[in-house]
Write a protein that binds this ligand. Structure first.
Ligand code: GTP
Length: 343
């Protein structure tokens, strides 16, 4: 019988980057049993604020710490908003790189399908509880179908939606507000250099993701909300050491204190639209419990859409248990899910 060599080919240096493997693994080429895995008692908590390919910027006790995924995480994705545990050099000093060894269970995930006909889902942001759909009242004109699709993404992710209507110096928000009132979507109105306290009220004490297509004034809003955001974004770039423009990746920023509390926003220049092929009608209606309870008598497989025969929602409108406007608005969301982006 040939004995397995005690030292792997290439020596232990090949594992130097993953020192827990170097010290904790038995000296053979088999995977360690679960009980042999390191427990990371010395790991510290952090949150991921931006991801640039393999490099993740985290915040650990207020320090910015650059990190990479450790091997035990395998192919598991780590995204902005993830709460993680880190080991190694967590000083945040220049030139240091910590390792992320654990990702905490996510409270929410905002995901998109790359395209409507592409079943691959991508998680974009973890643990956010509010999706802020930033829409200009004019220049560019509001695109309701895009708003509807963003709302669908929010409801599907279990996030509360908020409409943020910008450029209120250019047009009256009344029409748009009326269109979303039957759904019960909250809205705030803002304008450049205007008073942002109403917006701050809605963002304080929670983690919000901001989405909006080009030109709606989202950057203007973020700079207004987080003085020095430009500097912070510049800093992230400096840390990653790459010249790439940060507007291609999501960045999480802490809001200044407001009424004694802060909040977090995730600016997502990358998401301008949502592929929604993964969204199930049964999941969407859960966001409207009053409507969901009217669907108990629906035939099996009913999607509650406009053309469904014998949908409980139609019966409920007829006998006055719900408002037609609310059902129509819900069905508009359902339909927006099914149509392609370019319509
Ligand atoms: N009239 C008016 N213009 C505004 C307002 N807010 C922003 N703008 C202008 O709208 C344009 C687009 O604003 P940005 O903040 O760059 O918009 P954005 O959504 O970040 O767009 P991208 O940078 O393309 O992603 C700029 O010329 C702003 O000065 C506003 O309240 N009123």
């Amino acid at each position: 019988m040939v004995e397995a060599p005690l030292v792997p080919k290439g020596g232990y240096e090949q594992y130097a980057e993953y020192d827990h493997e170097r010290y904790d693994r038995p000296r053979r080429h088999t995977r360690p049993r679960t009980k042999d895995r390191p427990t990371y008692d010395d790991a510290v908590d952090g949150v991921v604020v931006t991801v640039d390919r393999g490099r993740l910027t985290t915040l650990v006790n207020g320090r910015t710490v650059l990190a990479m995924k450790a091997r035990p995480l395998g192919r598991k994705g780590v995204v902005v908003g993830d709460r993680v545990r880190l080991v190694g050099d967590v000083s945040g000093d220049e030139g240091t790189l910590a390792r992320i060894v654990e990702v905490e269970e996510r409270a929410t995930v905002l995901r998109r399908t790359a395209d409507d006909d592409d079943p691959v889902e991508r998680v974009i942001v973890a643990n956010a509880d509010q999706l802020v759909v930033v829409t200009a009242l004019a220049d560019p004109e509001p695109r309701r179908r895009l708003i509807d699709r963003a709302l669908v993404a929010a409801y599907d992710a279990g996030m509360e939606p908020l409409l943020c209507l910008t450029k209120s110096d250019l047009a009256d928000p009344a029409g748009l507000l009326a269109a979303y009132r039957p759904l019960g979507v909250d809205a705030v109105v803002s304008q450049r250099d205007g008073d942002l306290s109403e917006v701050r009220d809605r963002l304080t004490g929670r983690m919000s993701v901001l989405v909006g297509h080009s030109g709606v004034g989202k950057s203007t809003l973020v700079n207004g909300l987080v003085p020095g955001a430009d500097r912070a974004i510049g800093k992230v770039n400096a840390v990653t050491g790459r010249g790439r423009h940060t507007s291609t990746s999501a960045v999480m920023l802490e809001l200044p204190e407001h009424d004694g509390a802060t909040g977090w926003i995730v600016d997502t220049p990358g998401i301008r639209s949502f592929g929604l092929a993964h969204v199930q009608p049964a999941n969407l209606i859960k966001a409207f419990p009053d409507l969901e309870e009217l669907t108990d008598a629906c035939p099996r497989g009913c999607t509650h859409g406009e053309t469904e025969p014998e949908c409980g929602l139609d019966e409920a409108i007829e006998d006055g248990r719900t408002e037609a406007e609310r059902v129509e608005s819900f069905r508009r969301l359902l339909a927006s899910r099914e149509r392609a982006e370019g319509d």
